[in-house]
Ligand binder design. Structure first.
Ligand code: EPS
Length: 391
């Protein structure tokens, strides 16, 4: 990230989560309600566990905003954990006199083992509290700020679920985003939705978990974000890193991704259509590239998919080993989600928003929203066919 910097802090059962976002220009109207909206969306989805009934995530805006408008100074957001009162002894910042039993039964698939080795811990709680996907609430709050910024450039970011536990949604175009928002699994296909709900129920009954595949779509993205000239400036690489960093994500692809590897070039590449509408130059017959070519956006919608593995905290735990004794035990279980795939989509939107906001600021830099917009409009005037009405 070059123009936008952000860091989160907070443990899953600590007092709360914090994110500081720096680089958002001055002059952006920002409401706590817009952030709360995305936080609510992250908490939803069929298959979520008991924790989401306790929490009602809302971000308090501590800085960087005055009278509903950003100042250009760092924006600090704080989300209190409502579960904290139940964890005050276990998660106390100060030393406590009570004995707090350590978590020692390692969960295969989680950060427990590698984290305990790396940080020389004798209590897995010292790892799992930060490794928990609860941290993604802070990312979603920061992403909501970026979404508000991007809306001034006509960018809209959505996500939908393509697969849960092996059940595929039928492809549909255009995607009915209202239906997706109303769907308990954030899926556009009503038939697949029914089957997905059944798959989640069956996994719950078996004390198991299920993963899936999510697609994030960003519409209205301008041509030319990112760059071909250096590896770390490529927008597809930046998106992949951001999406892969979401807890439990094991694969990311852009556009047709894996499928394109087994097709011929003539089937894969998106034919460029003649320019008839100067307001929408460089349209393609198809969008198999998913909106990026040469490490840059190409003016078509950005389409990124990612695969989420099933959550590793199982109600019917896998055999494992005790961190302290090295003996065979059942892995640790307190409570967990059966399926977090719908929520992962909302988190994916936030990560895409953070990457795109950074890329817009990199290309159209400015300290006030109006300045960024001026730079943007100046650029947009130059993106038609060379030699035709270029300014
Ligand atoms: C989560 C909160 C967590 C888990 C989940 C994500 O709450 P708790 O640990 O109190 O149940 O529900 O995290 C995991 C599944 C995990 O394995 O870490 C949230 O707010 O998203």
């Amino acid at each position: 990230m070059t123009r936008l910097r952000w860091l989160t802090a907070g443990e899953s059962h600590g007092r709360g989560l914090v994110v500081i976002l720096e680089g958002v220009p001055a002059g952006l109207p920002l409401s706590a309600e817009a952030i709360a909206h995305d936080l609510r969306r992250r908490q939803g989805g069929y298959g979520r566990g008991a924790r989401q009934q306790i929490e009602q995530d809302r971000a308090e805006v501590l800085s960087g905003v005055r009278h509903g408008v950003t100042l250009g100074s760092p924006i600090a957001l704080l989300i209190w954990n409502r579960d904290w009162p139940n964890w005050q002894t276990q998660m106390s910042v100060a030393p406590v006199s009570e004995a707090v039993p350590p978590v020692t039964r390692l969960r295969p698939g989680h950060a427990d083992l590698a984290g305990a080795m790396k940080y020389y811990q004798h209590d897995v709680r010292n790892i799992l509290e930060r490794a928990s996907a609860r941290e993604t609430a802070a990312r979603v709050a920061a992403g909501a700020v970026c979404r508000a910024f991007l809306s001034h450039f006509g960018v809209a970011i959505h996500s939908h679920v393509l697969n849960i536990g092996g059940v595929w949604a039928k492809p549909s175009q255009p995607i009915d985003w209202e239906r997706v928002e109303a769907s308990p699994v954030r899926c556009a296909d009503p038939q697949a939705e029914k089957e997905m709900l059944a798959v989640i129920d069956a996994a719950r009954e078996a004390g198991d978990t299920v993963g899936g595949i999510v697609e994030v779509v960003a519409e209205g993205v301008v041509i030319g974000l990112g760059s071909h000239v250096q590896w770390d400036r490529r927008i597809d690489g930046r998106l992949a890193q951001a999406l892969m960093s979401i807890n439990a994500v094991k694969a990311v692809s852009i556009g047709d991704g894996w499928e394109s590897a087994s097709m011929r070039g003539s089937q894969v590449h998106d034919i460029i259509e003649p320019v008839t509408d100067p307001a929408r130059p460089w349209q393609r017959k198809t969008n198999r590239a998913g909106g990026t070519e040469g490490g840059m956006t190409n003016g078509m919608p950005l389409v990124a998919r990612f695969a989420v593995k099933p959550i590793s905290t199982l109600a019917k735990p896998l055999p494992s080993v005790d961190l302290l004794t090295g003996e065979t035990v059942q892995a640790h279980y307190e409570r967990s989600d059966v399926c977090q795939v719908p929520a992962a989509g909302v988190i994916g939107e936030a990560m895409v928003a953070l990457v795109l906001a950074d890329a817009y600021l990199e290309k159209f830099g400015g300290d006030h929203l109006e300045e960024v917009l001026r730079n943007y409009r100046g650029y947009v005037q130059t993106i038609g066919p060379r030699g035709r009405g270029e300014q």
